[in-house]
Design a protein around this ligand. Structure first.
Ligand code: SAH
Ligand code: SF4
Ligand code: F3S
Length: 471
């Protein structure tokens, strides 16, 4: 039977995604591949014939979350024997065959370099595939030139992969072990996707890679690639994640000043403020070198928002090292951070380092870091009260349906109630506030995680005039 021609799409899948943006984007590709293959999406695991776990193994906690969810779906399978279970993502790659041995009720194991193998999963009536567990965890150097259909759920922003894998081998990190060696996607392939997104009404692209600054394809480097992307009509905003500080070049810093669409935000993981710890993490930069780059960025793009990742309690971290991180946070004043307790990962160099820090100490240092940063984030957000910001509307606010939500160019979430603006300035039409529109908002309140805005109807240099709406 040719399932691609199956029109009633009775076969349902449900994806449970853990981990980073790359994994969430991979899930969009899994949806795209399965939809082409005769499946449609269920709203939960209970309503599905095929449940896919797109897993993360960055920290033990992420793995545990997956295992407890897997246990729940296993019970469901006992009541519904036709249900099939696929494990994709980083745990699939890391454990491979072992996963099938430990949990024989899993039907498919598909690593992140082999998503295309999802095509081999056929709807449940085809007996052959039920008897044959699919295992696709081989290295796949072809990955960079594969164009997999992505079914995107969110608008007006879209994720676009520009490179896969990582060659950095930071000593704590499992990613190079699960995502394989670094490969870059050719520009022509990226361009086709971005142009298609623009003609489909997307307004923002976020280029994805574990270390986008080292992008190099056919002689084109990352700033060069951004310049070409900046020229694509229809796209209004460009972002990227993640940058390795060592590879942050002057060319990229200048791009923040010269490329109109490149948004003023950079996520630049510091990990630790102590040089000896950075050396043992194999990060290959010093705090002074890092700070010099931050100063250049702030000179080039005043007001640029800078966020980071911090690991608390890396092996051998002393109270002094921890204090160095606290001082760095106080001095750099990030707009936001993600901080984590160090988690030893199997197969990584640091997992067998001496002087592992006791869990209670790691936890205490993490809470010190978070408390300090909360003060800084709150203060930095307060500075924005009274300013006017360009906000790309994303949809209705999760907490309050009467409000709309969007992001500033600096990636801060702003919620706003459109009705007062609509009443005051009759020329503001509701359709101009739909997702994908850019509005000017005056910031009237600041919280830790979001800001509150009001439609701005005045004129301000450099921003769209008249009714606060750019048409
Ligand atoms: N490629 C990105 C990061 C990917 S992982 C980069 O280099 O910036 C995201 C973050 O998880 C890392 O920046 C790091 O802070 C954290 N992380 C990675 N491995 C970890 C581990 N073993 N324990 C705790 N945090 C970890
Ligand atoms: Fe992990 Fe380091 Fe690669 Fe980031 S750069 S994915 S932290 S090895
Ligand atoms: Fe997790 Fe893999 Fe991303 S380990 S953070 S899903 S690259």
């Amino acid at each position: 039977m040719d399932w691609k021609k199956n029109e009633n799409k009775n076969h349902k899948f449900y994806i449970h995604t853990f981990g980073c943006q790359m994994n969430f984007h991979d899930s969009e590709k899994i949806s795209g591949l399965l939809s082409e293959n005769g499946f449609s999406e269920a709203s939960d695991g209970e309503g599905a014939d095929l449940v896919i776990f797109n897993t993360c193994s960055i920290r033990e906690k992420a793995e545990q979350k997956f295992l407890s969810e897997l246990g729940r779906i296993r019970k469901l399978k006992q009541q519904k024997p036709g249900l099939r279970i696929a494990v994709a993502g980083c745990v699939a790659q890391q454990m491979g065959k072992e996963l099938l041995k430990k949990a024989p009720y899993i039907d498919y194991v598909i690593g992140p370099q082999n998503l295309h193998a999802i095509k081999d999963i056929v709807p449940v009536q085809d007996k052959k595939s039920v008897d044959m567990p699919l295992l696709s965890v081989a290295e796949n150097p072809e990955l960079a030139s594969m164009e997999l259909p992505a079914e995107r759920k969110k608008r007006p922003g879209a994720w676009v992969s520009i490179m896969y894998g990582c060659d950095n081998f930071c000593t704590y990190c499992i990613v190079p072990h699960t995502r394989g060696r670094e490969v870059c996607r050719p520009w022509e392939s990226i361009r086709r996707e971005v142009e298609a997104l623009a003609s489909d009404g997307f307004k923002e692209v976020t280029f994805l890679g574990q270390n986008v600054n080292s992008y190099l394809s056919g002689g084109l480097d990352f700033p060069g690639m951004l310049e070409l992307a900046d020229a694509i009509d229809g796209i209004e905003r460009i972002r990227f994640v993640t940058s390795h500080p060592r590879d942050l070049s002057d060319g990229l810093i200048q791009a923040f000043g010269s490329l109109k669409k490149l948004c003023e935000h950079i996520h630049l993981p510091l990990q630790s403020g102590s040089d000896p710890i950075l050396a043992r993490m194999n990060r290959r930069y010093s705090l002074a070198g890092y700070r010099e780059k931050i100063e250049k960025l702030r000179r080039q793009a005043p007001g640029i928002s800078i966020t980071t990742d911090i690991i608390a309690g890396f092996p051998g971290e002393t109270d002094e090292d921890h204090e160095a991180t606290m001082t760095a946070l106080r001095e750099i004043e990030y707009d936001g951070i993600f901080a984590f307790k160090y988690s030893p990962r199997p197969g990584t160099a640091a997992s067998v380092f001496e002087k592992q820090v006791p869990d209670a100490v790691r936890a205490r240092r993490l809470s010190d870091i978070l408390a300090l940063q909360n003060e800084i984030t709150a203060r930095k957000n307060m500075y924005l009260v009274g300013t006017v910001q360009e906000v790309l509307v994303e949809g209705t606010s999760e907490k309050d349906e009467k409000k709309l939500t969007g992001r500033t160019r600096s990636n801060k979430i702003v919620n706003f109630d459109p009705s007062p603006g609509l009443e005051k300035a009759k020329k503001i039409k509701m359709e101009n506030l739909l997702p994908g529109r850019t509005v000017c908002l005056r910031i009237i309140r600041a919280g830790l995680h979001s800001l509150e805005g009001q439609l701005f109807t005045g004129n301000v240099a450099g921003l769209p005039p008249e009714d606060g709406i750019s048409l």
